[in-house]
Design a protein around this ligand. Structure first.
Ligand code: NAD
Length: 429
């Protein structure tokens, strides 16, 4: 089936390439000509495990192509996926300007019946808005479907290819048949709903996951006051099948391109509708506090005088296995450390280039060893697997002071202390 993707970001490129792998004929378009030029040259536009090979294989097989703009690209397309960004606007709502532009663009270029698929995360009512925009700009049949995406960066291909469920919101039998056909090779559980329900599922899912993280962070804070240890607590509650073990890792607060903005958009949507969603509101405050508490842990160790202290921050991405630094707690922490006049040197296995785009004067080092040399403290801010096996003996000989603040609970407290470090983590002894 011929499919077109609008947006070649973490969602558009991954899902487009995966659908090509499933045998569809996919064109991914973007408004960014540099991005498309890179993709056409076979270069990576971001880091996602396995993506480069997947893209290469499908381009070679003639199933995947890239283009700037939609002009002439919709001829024969059965479905057009909107996979553009929906960043947080200054009032906390989802900024839908890219979605609106994409809808107008579709209206101008549609030639026959197609299903317009909202894959971006959008508030309830957006599919209806997309439908109106297209209808006022074009005569002819089309349907709009909400098909939220649940992939996680770092495991995006696996998540797309083996989804827990595929959610399709539509009020059209014809569109439902097209969507079922597109996803048939996945043999996934298909959850068909109406449009507003599908749109709300995505926000509810992300907010629930963020709530799990914040909940265990709060328990970790309580552990520090009671002498309990958050990891066995998390295991203990996670063994209950009603709770489940995932998303119970305490840390320095959640970030990323999705949770903060989606929780905020759900809060905004509720407010607009006159509903005071107390839990979601608290979630935002709890996460802010969690990030602040970790900074204060570092600051108070130095008696609130970080001036001139050299702090090695290991990890810049908002989580491991990605180069995405959007809303990264690591960058927020670095900003606070620098405001307190600490001298920060950072290292990340993949995200240094992305981080420098956001923080051009950030000092980065080429390796863990180079970052920690002469450091007054080492901070672990992203859960890269390689950081779990830090060469502590070597680090001991390079740092100025043997202090580790582990914002992700990556290291074993006893081994770190045995190696001669003072060690602080989240909710553990
Ligand atoms: P992104 O910022 O990585 O990519 C968006 C791309 O769309 C950019 O390359 C941009 O140039 C392009 N674009 C913008 N307007 C365009 C237009 N009119 N025509 C063509 N291209 C256009 O965004 P992302 O992380 O892929 O997220 C996309 C959506 O998917 C968001 O709504 C996000 O919330 C949602 N989502 C993201 C993830 C994730 O892990 N990143 C997971 C699930 C859902």
């Amino acid at each position: 089936m011929k499919l077109v993707f609008i947006g070649t970001g973490y969602v558009g490129l991954v899902t487009g390439a995966c659908l090509a792998e499933l045998g569809h004929q996919v064109t991914c378009v973007d408004i960014d000509p540099d991005r498309i030029a890179k993709l056409n040259r076979g270069e990576d536009v971001f880091f996602e495990p396995g993506l480069a090979a997947l893209v290469r294989r499908n381009v070679r097989a003639g199933r995947l192509g890239f283009a700037v703009g939609l002009k002439g690209r919709l001829r024969g397309a059965r479905a057009v996926f909107i996979a553009v960004g929906t960043p947080q606007a200054s009032n906390g709502s989802a900024d839908l300007s890219y979605v609106k532009t994409a809808a107008r663009d579709i209206a101008r270029n549609l030639t026959g019946y197609a299903v317009i698929v909202d894959k971006s995360t959008v508030p309830v009512g957006t599919s209806e808005m997309v439908r109106k925009i297209i209808k006022t700009n074009r005569r002819g049949p089309f349907d709009v479907v909400s098909n939220p995406e649940f992939l996680r960066e770092g495991n995006a291909i696996g998540d797309f290819m083996k989804p827990d469920r595929v959610v399709i919101g539509t009020d059209s039998q014809r569109a439902q048949r097209v969507m079922a056909e597109i996803y048939r090779p996945l043999k996934a559980i298909m959850h068909f709903t109406d449009l507003p329900t599908a749109e709300l599922i995505k926000y509810a899912a992300n907010s629930f996951l963020a709530m799990k993280l914040s909940f265990i962070n709060e328990i970790a804070n309580l552990c520090e006051l009671t002498g309990a240890d958050v990891q066995p607590v998390a295991r203990g509650i996670g063994m209950d099948s009603r709770i489940g073990p995932k998303f119970l890792q305490a840390g320095l607060g959640f970030g990323g391109s999705c949770f903060p903005k989606d929780v905020s958009a759900l809060n905004y949507l509720s407010r607009q509708l006159g509903f005071d969603f107390k839990l979601v509101k608290a979630l935002l405050a709890v996460n802010q506090r969690q990030k602040q508490l970790f900074f204060e842990k570092i600051s108070s160790y130095f008696k609130n005088n970080l001036s001139g202290k050299r702090i090695a921050v290991l990890g810049l991405a908002f989580k491991g296995n990605t180069d995405d630094v959007r809303e990264s707690p690591a960058l927020e922490l670095i900003a606070k450390l620098r405001k307190a006049v600490a001298k920060v040197v950072a290292f990340d296995p993949q995200a240094m280039a992305m981080a420098r785009k956001k923080m051009p004067d950030l000092e980065t080092a080429a390796s863990v060893a180079a970052a920690v040399r002469g450091a007054d403290a080492v901070v672990l801010a992203t859960e890269w697997d390689s950081f779990r096996k830090l060469p502590l003996k070597k680090i001991r000989s390079l740092v100025k002071r043997r202090i580790i603040f582990d914002g992700r609970n990556l290291l074993d407290p006893r081994s770190v202390r045995r190696a001669g470090f003072r060690y602080f983590s989240i909710g553990r002894k």
